[in-house]
Write a protein that binds this ligand. Structure first.
Ligand SMILES: C[S@@+](CC[C@H](N)C(=O)[O-])C[C@H]1O[C@@H](n2cnc3c(N)ncnc32)[C@H](O)[C@@H]1O
Length: 260
């Protein structure tokens, strides 16, 4: 996943998803220090942050995604280019000697769901804990599982499409999700179709396995890795989550536990 054709089509699929950008830019502007953005991909958030004057250390493990970000950066001003440092690394291990602790660490756009094994979730958070400032903020943004909807949609074909400004093509993703509830995983099989303005279409097959995580579980994972869950929002505008409603996604805010 996130290599080859999928990396090339990624912006074509998501370049119109902009709802979260102002939220991250506003958070970034409050921090007068480098931000650590994990799973930066092709820079959907990295570039708006850098354009707003934030210094971003952008981490991803997929060279193909980072190559696209590098190409996009070439078209930016020198100031924006200088605001971005790209590092190819797996954030579960994070060995890079940053030389500083971060005041803001971001795990946006469902990145955490790529951590299918619980040991990976714990090791990623433990590693992040080592790199966060004592007064730092960790922000994790991910889908809230809706079990009723998942049961209804299990194994059924759905589709999503985007007419991309960048690619000047329509990318259609037909996808089928098979849930394993006891193991809290979902296997997504997709056919991506790239349709040109002349009607020609190319099809590609992709497969991915993700996990799903409930709010109380996230609270526990954070506690076990020395964080306090300080807030949960259910919108990018600041609406608080009340454990009663069933919004599509949640934004978790956590701060390091410090010795008293
Ligand atoms: C859903 S994409 C999000 C990209 C970008 N943040 C955005 O909002 O468009 C997830 C990205 O996380 C990267 N990723 C997944 N697991 C990773 C890991 N363990 N370490 C580093 N990057 C990872 C993938 O390569 C991919 O580029």
């Amino acid at each position: 996943m996130y290599t080859g054709v999928f990396a090339r089509l990624y912006d074509g699929l998501f370049d119109n998803f902009v709802e979260d950008i102002d939220f991250y830019v506003n958070l970034g502007k409050k921090v007068n220090a480098s931000i650590l953005e994990l799973g930066c991909g092709t820079g959907r958030l990295t570039l708006p942050l850098a354009r707003a004057g934030c210094r971003v250390i952008a981490i991803d493990r997929q060279q193909d995604m980072l190559n696209i970000l590098r190409e996009k950066l070439k078209k930016e001003t020198q100031e924006v280019r200088e605001n971005v440092q790209i590092i190819k690394e797996d954030f579960r291990k994070l060995k890079y000697p940053f030389g500083c602790k971060f005041k803001l660490i971001l795990l946006p756009f469902n990145l955490f769901l790529n951590l299918v094994a619980q040991k990976d979730q714990l090791s990623a958070l433990k590693n992040i804990r080592k790199h966060i400032d004592d007064k730092g903020l960790l922000v994790i943004d991910l889908n809230l599982p809706n079990v009723e909807k998942m049961i209804k949609e299990d194994g059924k074909m759905k589709f999503f499409y985007n007419t991309s400004k960048i690619h000047r093509k329509t990318i259609i993703e037909y996808y089928c999700t098979k849930y394993n509830f006891p193991n809290q995983t979902e296997k997504v099989s997709s056919i991506m179709e790239e349709v040109g303005s002349d009607g020609t279409a190319k099809k590609f097959l992709t497969k991915d396995t993700l996990c799903f995580v409930f709010p109380k579980e996230m609270k526990l994972l954070l506690e076990l890795t020395n964080f306090n869950l300080t807030d949960i929002w259910c919108s990018y505008k600041g609406d608080k989550f009340d454990y009663k409603s069933n919004p599509d996604f949640l934004i978790y805010f956590a701060r390091p536990k410090t010795k008293t």
